[in-house]
Design a protein around this ligand. Structure first.
Ligand SMILES: NC(=O)c1ccc[n+]([C@@H]2O[C@H](COP(=O)([O-])OP(=O)(O)OC[C@H]3O[C@@H](n4cnc5c(N)ncnc54)[C@H](OP(=O)(O)O)[C@@H]3O)[C@@H](O)[C@H]2O)c1
Length: 356
């Protein structure tokens, strides 16, 4: 098949650079447009981008001219890595102009006609796209969104537990890497040797987005999952990979005992879903890797598992307050951002919503 032309909004930023890296040899997509703020527009990408990915900047993008984030971009699909302060209207204008928009920004995630998508968790939610087009009188364009970077590993780990046993209660404490705040992010004075027990808006996002993802789509309406969820979010002094401590109460009938630890581990480890069945190019073979060691997962050693697209669970054990507790780790700029958005777009191609 002909490759689909894609553009990246916010291409010079932390997530934008990941898009460039992950899309450079993509079998279905080809980068044909790079866009950023007015300050970068009109200059070559290699000149304005402070490249922070450990691999070399791909030579194909070095001389590409950065453009403004507006209709006129030579592409059909745009991946948005724009800050929430500006993403909303820019993404809408592009969808109105007929572009397919796959966004990482917070702005449209909770819109009642926009899918918030993790292909392993709620692939059926893409069906709302037709409704979105009708509601907004958009003939061709649409918006799909990826969750917040700490929601993705959490929702991926909760999904097999919800499917196998049911879930009633979730408590999560996140330890989020500094790259999650973009570049240049936090002053070193604030974060070196420190933990900041507050990330603006994050706990609300974790709670609301998880319930939308794990909820159902019925008659073009999203029904939040009936789960009590409480999040505490912290910025810690790691570079990449969000680590989360999770406790869950599983759904069960009164008087019955919870499943064994082995059964919980097996449900996590054996989990596969539609992206694996469809063999989507960015889908990890095993979306959840379970580590047996008592001191894993650790961001430095485990966040690149499955090319950064797998989440890593460890320390699965009984919880004396709820039923079970465990740690989960996800790569925030890959599975939690660019890689997740690319997987969303691959699902849309496989389901016929996108073509060259
Ligand atoms: N970092 C993560 O781990 C992560 C994970 C999931 C989701 N996200 C979300 O992804 C988005 C991008 O985050 P980031 O961490 O990559 O941020 P970042 O490093 O600060 O990059 C921001 C990008 O947006 C561009 N930009 C800034 N203001 C603009 C404007 N007025 N018009 C057009 N472009 C503008 C910047 O271009 P210039 O270089 O020209 O200024 C840059 O390319 C945010 O919505 C964030 O919440 C981030």
């Amino acid at each position: 098949m002909d490759k689909i032309k894609v553009g990246i909004l916010g291409a010079t930023g932390t997530v934008g650079q990941r898009f460039v890296q992950l899309l450079q040899d993509h079998p279905w997509f080809e980068i044909t447009a790079l866009a950023a703020s007015k300050a970068s527009a009109g200059r070559p990408y290699g000149e304005v981008c402070r490249w922070k990915v450990s691999a070399e900047m791909p030579s194909a993008v070095r001389d590409m001219m950065v453009e403004e984030c507006a209709p006129g971009l030579d592409c059909e699909l745009v991946f948005s890595a724009l800050p929430g302060e500006v993403a909303g209207p820019i993404e809408e204008n592009l969808a109105i102009a007929g572009y397919f928009v796959s966004s990482n920004a917070k702005n449209h995630r909770l819109d009642p006609d926009v899918p918030l998508l993790i292909p392993e968790v709620n692939p059926d939610h893409i069906q709302i796209i037709e409704h979105q087009r009708r509601q907004r009188s958009w003939e061709r364009g649409f918006i799909v969104t990826s969750p917040n970077c700490s929601v993705t590993p959490l929702a991926l780990a909760l999904k097999p537990l919800q499917d196998s046993f049911g879930l009633t209660t979730v408590m999560v404490t996140t330890m989020q890497a500094i790259s999650g705040a973009g570049y240049p992010g936090l002053p070193s004075w604030d974060i070196l040797g420190n933990i900041i027990p507050y990330i603006r808006g994050e706990e609300e996002k974790v709670e609301a987005e998880s319930l939308k993802l794990l909820g159902r789509l019925e008659a073009n309406e999203f029904q939040s999952a009936p789960i009590a969820i409480s999040a505490q979010c912290n910025r810690v002094n790691t570079v990449e990979g969000h680590l989360e401590a999770v406790s869950v109460r599983l759904g069960r009938k009164k008087g019955t005992t919870p499943p064994t630890t082995e059964a919980v581990v097996e449900a996590l480890r054996s989990f596969t879903a539609l992206p694996q069945e469809l063999e989507l190019p960015s889908a990890p073979r095993q979306p959840i890797v379970v580590r047996e060691e008592i001191d894993r997962p650790q961001p430095r050693y485990d966040c690149d598992q499955g090319g950064g697209m797998a989440v890593v669970v460890g320390r699965v054990r009984e919880c004396p307050v709820l039923d079970y507790k465990f740690m989960v780790l996800g790569h925030n700029t890959i599975r939690g951002a660019a890689g997740g958005s690319i997987l969303n777009a691959e699902l849309l191609v496989a389901k016929g919503y996108l073509s060259a």
